[in-house]
Design a protein around this ligand. Sequence first.
Ligand code: X2X
Length: 362
Amino acid sequence: MRKRDLIKAMGRCAGLGLAALFVLSLAAVPAGAAEFKKEYKMQLNVGPTFYWGMGAVKFAELAKEKTGGRINIKPYFGSSLLKGHQLKSAQLVATGVIDCALESTINISPVISECNVFSLPFFINTYENLDKMENGKTGKAIFDAMEKKGLIGLAWGENGFRQVTNSKRAIRTPEDVKGMRLRVVGSPIFIDIFRQLGADPVDMNWGDAVTAFQQGVVDGQENPVGVLVPVQIWQYHKYATFWNYLVDPLIFYWNKKDWQAFPKDIKKALKEAALEAAEFEKALCRAGLDGEKSINLLKSKFKHTMDIPEPVKHMEAKGMTVTFLKDEERKAFIEATKPVFDKWVKELGSDLYEKAKADIKK
Ligand code: X2X
């Protein structure tokens, strides 16, 4: 080969080599990598000091870690993306205005009416029942319904069983609730329950509720321990009744269109992040309410020690009178709210109700 030809051949090889390198480098970049957003906006209704808020932060941390920094989730606390309109979360994630959320089933219920199954009065009662429903036919039916509406459910978190607090008197009987002005979430089943009990329910976003407690605009409200403690409800209300009348799970969820466009490894990493954050967050909410179970899990798996390991004792130490209903007292409330229960079973449809009953063998 003459020198000139040799140089030409070498040039061709180098060109091919470069082209091959280019193709290889393209293959090494995961599909769609260029399209990852700088920030994925996450909606939640409460602040970072709530267990729910700590769960959102955990999800963001784990997502970053498990995707090698490719997915950067930013929690927006206090429904700031919704200007406080907490019931709009699912709608705005479904349309893609917001990327993802960690939200209460109550706040999802305007889009996914199936979520009202958790708000049937005095139906679920125990953590065992709740877990069976989430991991059973009910949970699947709800995630399926979400998918039809443009939402991908990733994991079940928790706000908790909701308890009632007020500044007037200890609640033991339906009679005690009569005439009480109570703040509730603006979801119709809550209005129905408290009207049925003869109370005066006022629907209000959480963002306005604390001011209403401070100013005494309402006599009371209902929320789980994970909200009562960080908001220091004892500052406003002396009485709490633990009646586990209904429960409020959270769901980690994502906009479906964006989710489907993610490469497989990202989906897997995010799902794992959501499941682990959910396990952590649920344990925070249950700590001190399920014997040693959640406290031990937090210690062994998450190296986390609870600041307030005994929430009921803590509330009492702050001067609250905490009442637990006896079976007979519960029965009176079950009787009193039965018309609402029956009405909402009809609204839910027998299919979902039967699934829920099968899950908890009721
Ligand atoms: O608004 C409430 O009561 C709260 C914080 O529990 C929910 O978002 C459902």
